[in-house]
Design a protein around this ligand. Structure first.
Ligand SMILES: [Zn+2]
Ligand SMILES: [Zn+2]
Length: 264
């Protein structure tokens, strides 16, 4: 196994963290968030709040029992072309408007960014639970990300794995790849917690043919404490994740392990 130094050859290289949701960077790359040089930036792809007709439907604040009902899903499908009801927010126990949900999620994230002392920018694409931003929205996000990467002289983009399954994660990877291609930066991916469990002995992304180097790191005591504190800043996500993963995903043997792969 290679070391983290082989994945990030220089400690002076500024990083751009491009992840789909507010909690993804802390869950996956706390070690590098903590050690990256000043000027590094965090970008959250899905920071948009639905607007227009979609928004007014979401603002109806119907009880989740009704929003989840077959009649409601069919009605949404007929009007919007997809069964939108903010299913993940629902799973996390939210029963307030989408605006309020996003305000709370972004406040949680602000606390984490100050823990790591890193600036954060929203790329304002819609979360797939709310709908689609379309090509225009995605192009705007790419242009904004590229501007930030060039302005800050970023040397490495850090994102989800190339084979990410979650539709928003896959979208973030696509955008990260496009940024690296245009800006000529390195690309580093990271295994996804809590979706995958890795150990120093076993990681499904260890040295795949397309990676130049890869490393699995057991966080030291200080970094583990910081990561646990950071992830604990997302109580609304923890509710949803607890309901989705049956193993003790917040325990140190699982969450205290991070894997990095240098792609280019
Ligand atoms: Zn995510
Ligand atoms: Zn791994």
């Amino acid at each position: 196994m290679d070391t983290l130094e082989s994945v990030f050859p220089s400690a002076d290289v500024k990083c751009a963290f491009i992840f789909a949701h507010y909690d993804d960077a802390a869950l996956n790359v706390s070690k590098v968030l903590d050690s990256c040089p000043p000027g590094s930036i965090d970008m959250v792809l899905c920071s948009a709040v639905p607007s227009g007709r979609l928004n007014s439907l979401r603002q109806m604040q119907l009880p989740s029992r009704i929003r989840r009902s077959r009649a409601s899903i069919l009605l949404n499908h007929a009007i919007l072309g997809r069964p939108v009801y903010g299913e993940w927010d629902d799973h996390c126990g939210f029963s307030v408007s989408t605006q309020e949900v996003m305000r709370e999620r972004s406040a949680e994230h602000d606390r984490v960014c100050s823990l790591f002392d890193v600036d954060s920018f929203g790329l304002d694409v819609l979360d797939s639970q709310y709908g689609r931003s379309g090509r225009k929205g995605e192009e705007k996000a790419l242009a904004r990300a590229l501007d930030l990467v060039r302005d800050r002289e970023i040397g490495a983009v850090v994102t989800h794995p190339l084979d990410a399954q979650h539709p928003d994660h896959a979208k973030a990877v696509k955008l990260a790849l496009a940024v690296c291609k245009s800006a000529g930066t390195s690309l580093v991916t990271a295994c996804e917690r809590p979706y995958t469990v890795c150990s120093a002995a076993e990681c499904s992304h260890r040295n795949p043919g397309y990676a130049r180097a890869s490393a699995t790191v057991n966080l030291d005591d200080r970094t583990w404490k910081l990561k646990h504190e950071a992830v604990s800043c997302y109580p609304t996500q923890i509710v949803g994740l607890d309901g989705s993963f049956t193993y003790d995903w917040m325990a140190r043997p699982h969450l205290g392990v991070e894997c990095y792969q240098r792609i280019r």
